[in-house]
Write a protein that binds this ligand. Structure first.
Ligand SMILES: Nc1ncnc2c1ncn2[C@@H]1O[C@H](COP(=O)(O)OP(=O)(O)OP(=O)(O)O)[C@@H](O)[C@H]1O
Ligand SMILES: [Mg+2]
Length: 246
């Protein structure tokens, strides 16, 4: 089982859109896939038209009153299950902080899914937190979408420094560019500067209105417009990600 966490310190950079599409592509390949929405905004669960199965499910899971299985929902797609965020996800940080071995909780919980899934995709809220520390421990790949701007490069440096300070394996941290507007010289310049950085994938996701339409369709763009440019870009990125791991 490979755990891929879509993370960035910054908000609104395409974590959820990427998580939803990459999970769909993984399932379309026939990999048993779980998408776990850990962002209390619940957008990933919304895109998949799912509702939480239990009230305060995440809290009950942490307090060992429920198992991970009991939170899992089948999606409308073969091989793809979803754990939508419930309201208790808002307090996840505090709940985790109260636990013994508070940074290893998520890794422990994911062990319950080890034999059921090939890939687990986690949609993370932005920011540094106890939850983020847990995700960094549990993930095999911390996949960071970044808009190619100066501020994003700064954020990338801050995240890298955080990994170094906390003695986390920097090899886990992988990035790709998203919302790319090739007409903007700043975007192309930033991408060019970072092209030599081996933490960045070559394929990127352009700024495309099809991605924004995911909310209208409540579906991954790779499902409702599979031959469009957005789906093809996600497909190419997914192929590149897989090359390094399967
Ligand atoms: N490649 C893209 N092209 C155009 N719009 C995009 C693209 N990727 C994401 N968006 C849009 O940008 C907005 C933010 O994307 P998304 O919700 O995926 O970001 P996020 O990093 O998960 O945000 P948050 O930090 O709030 O969770 C959404 O409205 C989404 O539809
Ligand atoms: Mg999000």
């Amino acid at each position: 089982m490979i755990v891929i966490a879509l993370y960035n310190l910054k908000g609104g950079v395409g974590k959820t859109a990427s998580c939803v599409n990459l999970a769909h592509l993984s399932a379309s390949d026939g990999y048993c896939t779980l998408l776990w929405d850990l962002d209390p905004q619940g957008a990933a669960g919304y895109y998949y038209q799912t509702q939480p199965r239990a009230k305060s499910g995440v809290r009950k899971l942490l307090e060992k009153e429920m198992s991970l299985d009991e939170l899992v929902q089948q999606s409308l797609y073969d091989y793809l299950d979803v754990i939508p965020a419930d309201k208790s996800a808002r307090k996840l940080d505090i709940l985790l902080d109260e636990q013994k071995g508070s940074k290893k909780q998520m890794r422990q919980l994911l062990k319950q899914a080890e034999h059921n899934y090939d890939f687990v995709f986690i949609d993370c809220p932005p920011g540094f937190s106890v939850l983020a520390d847990n995700i960094f421990e549990a993930a095999d790949i911390v996949l960071m979408p970044a808009i190619p701007t100066t501020l994003s490069v700064r954020t990338y440096d801050i995240v890298k420094e955080y990994f170094e300070d906390k003695h986390l394996a920097l090899e886990k941290l992988m990035c790709f560019f998203t919302m790319v507007d090739a007409r903007k010289s700043l975007h192309t310049e930033v991408m060019h500067t970072l092209s030599a950085d081996r933490r960045f994938f070559e394929h990127y996701i352009p700024y495309l209105s099809d991605v924004e339409k995911m909310g209208v369709h409540q579906a991954p763009v790779t499902a409702f417009a599979p031959s469009g440019r957005a789906a093809v870009s996600y497909h190419d990125l997914w192929t590149e990600i897989k090359e390094g791991i399967v």
